[in-house]
Design a protein around this ligand. Structure first.
Ligand code: NDP
Ligand code: MG
Ligand code: MG
Length: 333
């Protein structure tokens, strides 16, 4: 079994007293910056002139500078801007200002693994990748917990990169929950596969197909929404807490029997073969090339798909029903 690192395994001296630049203040950026600050680390948030996020960071009591200035001073530069613009900002604003002997850090291996960013040899390059959305990295930390991280070192110029990376993971709360070693390759490939085949692509299309099947058969869309969409979180919460067994214990025996008999009719050998094809596209770089090309071409296809999915009936019905659920957090993050 993989070694899991906890708070007591951390050499805090590896990060204590260091200056950390957090580039970007979005989903991950705000969480890393605030968690590290509350862990006693000197943080500067690096943004561009006119950035919408700058005011939010200032309001939260953080120092804000332009990217180049934040990097110049930093012992650790953590890049938390969208993956598809990292290479450009790295070339123009980060690389020329990186302090010799400092560390460059990532929360996802994409740009290093697919060689969009090629750092100089005299700096440490590490990754601390939270296995959860940024807003939960912040929320769980504020509640005294943490989201698990995986961490990796691509380049260990100082001989201390592993210690620094693990200490960083502690600073954002990861070692409260458990942190595991990985490589840039493993993190990049498994992260892309997980989001495409299961967490995002898999689940949204499964829910939507179930909803469409019921509505097409003449059932009320609101009921189709409750059955195929709303209940999903309740079921997933049970699995998250106690494995599939806890969920299966909680549902009726009829539901459990249907689970075992209908599941394999949906996730067939053909589905698994397609999962392997998705993994191959990730491993051989063809997914990365496609996504980078889409970005260079102005994202026309991406925006069209976003629009089409946002206009789906399930979103309209769900939007109305969720308005009545007063306990749902309405806050825009
Ligand atoms: P976001 O899309 O949330 O980042 C947006 C932030 O980047 C905003 O503060 C934005 O400022 C800022 N920004 C945009 N352009 C620039 C620029 N040119 N210079 C400086 N700042 C800029 O990113 P995520 O948090 O989603 O992702 C960051 C990294 O974390 C990625 O590598 C991603 O793969 C990884 N990751 C993300 C997870 C997540 O939960 N989202 C989970 C695990 C890893 P403004 O708003 O003012 O334009
Ligand atoms: Mg991802
Ligand atoms: Mg039921």
């Amino acid at each position: 079994m993989a070694k899991v690192y906890y708070d007591q395994d951390v050499n805090w001296d590896a990060i204590s007293g260091k200056k950390v630049a957090i580039i970007g203040y979005g989903s991950q950026g705000h969480a890393h910056a605030l968690n590290l600050k509350e862990s006693g680390i000197d943080i500067t948030v690096g943004l561009y002139a006119g950035s919408k996020s700058a005011q939010k960071a200032k309001d939260a009591g953080l120092k804000v500078a332009e990217v180049a200035d934040a990097v110049k001073d930093a012992d650790i530069t953590m890049i938390l801007i969208p993956d598809e613009i990292q290479a450009k900002i790295y070339k123009t604003e980060i690389a020329p200002n990186l302090k010799a002997g400092s560390a460059l850090a990532f929360a996802h291996g994409f740009n290093i693994h697919f060689q969009q960013i090629q750092p100089p040899e005299d700096i440490d390059v590490f990754m601390v990748a939270p296995k959860g959305p940024g807003h939960l990295v912040r929320r769980t930390f504020a509640e005294g917990g943490g989201v698990p991280d995986i961490f990796a070192v691509y380049q260990d110029a100082s001989g201390k990169a592993w210690d620094i990376a693990l200490a960083y993971a502690r600073g954002i709360g990861g070692t409260r929950s458990g942190v595991i070693k990985t490589t840039f390759q493993e993190e990049t490939e498994t992260d892309l596969f997980g989001e495409q085949a299961v967490l995002c692509g898999g689940i949204t299309h499964l829910i939507t197909a179930g909803f469409e099947t019921l509505v097409k058969a003449g059932y009320q869309p609101e009921i189709a929404y409750f059955e195929c969409f709303h209940e999903m979180k309740l079921i997933v919460d049970l699995m998250y807490e106690g494995g599939m067994a806890k969920m299966r214990h909680s549902i009726s025996d009829t539901a459990e029997y249907g689970d075992y008999t209908a599941g394999p009719r949906l996730v067939t050998d053909k589905t698994k073969k397609e999962m392997e094809n998705i993994l191959t596209d990730i491993q051989d770089g063809s997914f990365a090339t496609k996504w980078l090309t889409e970005n260079k071409a102005g994202r026309a296809q991406f925006y069209a798909m976003r629009r089409r999915h946002a206009e789906h009936q399930i979103e309209e019905v769900g939007g109305k029903l969720r308005k009545m659920m007063s306990w749902l957090d309405k806050k825009e993050n």
